[in-house]
Design a protein around this ligand. Sequence first.
Ligand SMILES: Cc1cc2nc3c(=O)[nH]c(=O)nc-3n(C[C@H](O)[C@H](O)[C@H](O)COP(=O)(O)OP(=O)(O)OC[C@H]3O[C@@H](n4cnc5c(N)ncnc54)[C@H](O)[C@@H]3O)c2cc1C
Ligand code: SF4
Length: 327
Amino acid sequence: MTPFAYAPVRDVNAALAQAGQAANGAFIAGGTDLIQLMQERVAEPDTLLFIGNLPLRRIAADHEGLHIGALARLADVADDALVREEAPLVVHALLETASPQVRRMATIGGNLLQRARCLYFRDATTPCNKRQPGSGCAALGGQNRLNAVLGGSDHCIAAHPSDLATALTALDASVVLEGAGGERSVPIADFYRLPGDRPDRETVLKPGELITEVKIPTAPAGRRSCFLKVRDRASFEWALAACAVALDLEDGVVAGARVVAGGVATVPWRLEQVERVLVGRAPDRAAAEAAGALAAEGAVGHGHDDFKIPLIRKTVTRALLQAGGVA
Ligand SMILES: Cc1cc2nc3c(=O)[nH]c(=O)nc-3n(C[C@H](O)[C@H](O)[C@H](O)COP(=O)(O)OP(=O)(O)OC[C@H]3O[C@@H](n4cnc5c(N)ncnc54)[C@H](O)[C@@H]3O)c2cc1C
Ligand code: SF4
């Protein structure tokens, strides 16, 4: 590991000021991702600004919906009675995330900003445009079983790793950011960038900006939701494919649908073609199968990850059956 200075910060203003001064600094919260990257020399910050003690763990509800502080631990959010009541989809996604030990350390903001699980991104000896812009992409012709079949480019096909981000996209959540220019709120659907020719730029976060909270609008009465994750083992593993569903039912018919795929795309991937098929229908087996069949529209395999194309269709169909109460 490259030597670094360690600086705990006291409050949000001090965090922003110190981030502005550190030439190559990084915020650290739970450290469950950043420390691994530093051990592998994929990240080499010269200053670690420890934000884990900032007062950003509050979970509360008001007229806008549910607010979850960025430094709330995944385990605490999954256990919270208000989150269970207002946003069960978030609880389901978090209980499928990592392991109980990791969930006790890891934070909401850190989860949204964890880096790609692409094998080559995490191996500093190989070419990777995300780690070192312009160096090439070893995954395109290499071992790409964990990579993305949707939203990729000639420069990067890394799959987005956060289960929470997949669920939050289905809930129309926003991410609240605080930086030198003040506070702003960004819909999570606009927070992540497609890789294009700059896969190193993963979000719209500006240098030195902090995530302070996540806002989830109040769900309409009659919402049914489901988070389904397919992975190589039952726990402690990222998604090969995942699906977050939020169906708003009126008189037994789908009035609004949000269906988002995870593990198969470079960003949390709204499946609007699937949603369109569902609206106006009862959420039954016929609707789930007709809608799920469209889930892989536009998908491109790269060899080892070809299996994800039929897998995402099946995952989406199953998630819709579960959300509709059919399976
Ligand atoms: C074994 C293992 C299995 C896992 N499995 C899964 C899984 O199945 N699904 C899944 O979604 N995740 C999984 N994870 C990832 C895990 O959820 C993340 O490592 C964790 O959520 C990161 O949170 P953290 O607080 O530890 O972040 P840190 O490691 O402290 O930080 C991560 C990044 O976020 C930045 N950051 C942190 N907080 C803020 C903030 N408030 N504002 C601005 N920048 C910030 C840091 O600078 C850093 O760049 C797994 C991790 C491990 C180790
Ligand atoms: S897919 Fe992206 S993260 Fe993986 S090697 Fe290629 S550029 Fe790097």
